[in-house]
Design a protein around this ligand. Structure first.
Ligand code: IMP
Length: 425
């Protein structure tokens, strides 16, 4: 069975935990998009792993981890993660494969991300400052891009770096009055990366095709959430990759027909980090309550997340976009302790009721939410392990979401630990 796990909201849905659970049965886990902007938290016993680039399957020592061509790789972050895992007794030797075609995030990408955001002031996107947008922009622009394969040929790399740095220095100097960068220093850094990562750089598409031919169990791990998809999300307040399930084919060379199940992950409510429209946002005491209960602070940046009610209009859209067969709802335990909960079932836009999600930022900023109010619950769900043992009010909440989203909820998370999960059927 091959399965693809994708986020259906604005990221941080709890995919890391689900991938970790499913990775028990997977032989290979593949990251196919995004970069160190992602933050996947996995908790095993009393150990907490916060991974950014490494697939969450890394914490399962028997699993091969593939960082495919669609990922933008920051080698410095990757090395820190490899070392962090090694300190906890988990080795990546012989089980980490990095695509030679994956593009490389360098210091100047991070610098540009920060300079541009600062220059934009109130118009900024609120990026994670990890250089993601500038790196993907270089990929699309082609002439100034560097891929992991470039680490193999030092002479050619030095030449490319000198050309790229000369160009960036002119650009950053003129636009932002930035101090010039030194190509030689960047080259030395690349040599260090090459020494440590060189043995992991391969053609991952070839590897995956052989794995498919040999009927290996492969788990594809999406990063971020579909509402941040460059083409289908809330542009321009999105990330710079196709982080919905639609990015799978281009991101690793495997067409979706090879995937048996697309599992969409949602939280029982909604969160968003950074700027952009968020119709169900509760910028009030309710939002504060969710943030505190759910520990809603960014894994990558530590920023407080914006919080709000579950938006079934948005999730029905992203479930369709991703061809999602099943949904896993995480953080259900967080919502305990309220008399009533709200689920957004439709929008009113220009006086007309609609259940279709307009991802255009301007329109989305104007919609009015139409909520269904359902009874809340006070029971602590963290110890519940069987669907039938969930209180009636909780099952009603799940059934209501499912009715509006139109996809079965087959997994429910009731806490951050591996065993705090309930399977339905
Ligand atoms: P970037 O990907 O760093 O360029 O950021 C673009 C937008 O995507 C910002 O609003 C970020 O907060 C958001 N974003 C990027 N990665 C994640 C993630 O893993 N979780 C949640 N939001 C993210």
């Amino acid at each position: 069975m091959n399965c693809c796990v994708v986020g259906l909201q604005w990221g941080d849905e709890g995919k890391g935990k689900v991938v970790d659970i499913l990775a028990e049965k997977a032989e290979i886990v593949v990251r196919y998009g995004g970069g160190a902007n992602a933050g996947h938290t996995v908790i095993i016993g009393d150990q907490r792993f916060a991974l950014h680039l490494m697939p969450s399957g890394a914490v399962r020592p028997g699993t091969v981890c593939v960082i495919a061509n669609g990922v933008v790789v920051d080698p410095e972050v990757l090395l820190t993660e490899i070392d962090g895992l090694a300190e906890k007794g988990i080795s990546m030797d012989g089980r980490l494969l990095i695509s030679e075609n994956a593009h490389m995030v360098l210091d100047y990408h991070k610098q540009e991300d920060q300079l541009r955001e600062a220059a934009l002031g109130r118009q900024k996107i609120g990026t994670t400052a990890r250089g993601i947008g500038p790196c993907y922009a270089d990929k699309i622009g082609r002439s100034y891009a560097l891929r992991m394969a470039d680490l193999r040929d030092p002479a050619a790399l030095r030449e490319k770096l000198e050309r790229i740095v000369a160009y960036k220095n002119k650009l950053f100097g003129a636009l932002y009055d930035a101090a010039p960068m030194d190509a030689g220093r960047l080259f030395d850094t690349c040599r260090r990366w090459s020494d440590r990562l060189g043995g992991h750089i391969v053609n991952t598409t070839e590897y995956l095709y052989a794995a498919l031919d040999n009927r290996k169990n492969i788990l594809f791990e999406g990063a971020q959430g579909a509402l941040l998809d460059l083409d289908h999300g809330t542009f321009p307040y999105v990330t710079s990759s196709n982080c919905s399930a639609l990015g799978l084919g281009s991101g690793c060379g495997v067409p979706s027909k090879w995937v048996d199940t697309f599992l969409g992950i949602v939280k029982a409510y909604a969160t968003r980090v950074g700027a952009g429209p968020f119709p169900t946002e509760q910028d009030n005491a309710t939002g504060d309550w969710i943030r505190q209960r759910g520990h809603e602070f960014g894994t990558t940046t530590g920023r407080p997340r914006r919080c709000g009610w579950f938006d079934a209009v948005a999730v029905a859209y992203t479930a369709r976009l991703g061809g999602v067969d099943q949904i896993g709802m995480m953080h259900l335990d967080t919502l305990a302790g309220r008399d009533e909960l709200k689920i957004c079932r439709a929008y009113r836009l220009d006086g007309r009721e609609t259940s279709f999600f307009p991802c255009d930022g301007e329109q989305l900023g104007r919609v009015e939410c139409i909520y269904e109010t359902v009874p809340g619950w006070s029971e602590d769900l963290s110890q519940v392990r069987r669907y039938a043992d969930l209180p009636e009010t909780v099952r009603h909440y799940l059934a209501t979401v499912q009715r509006y989203v139109g996809v079965p909820i087959t997994m429910v998370g009731v806490g951050p630990k591996r065993d705090q999960i309930i399977y339905r059927d």
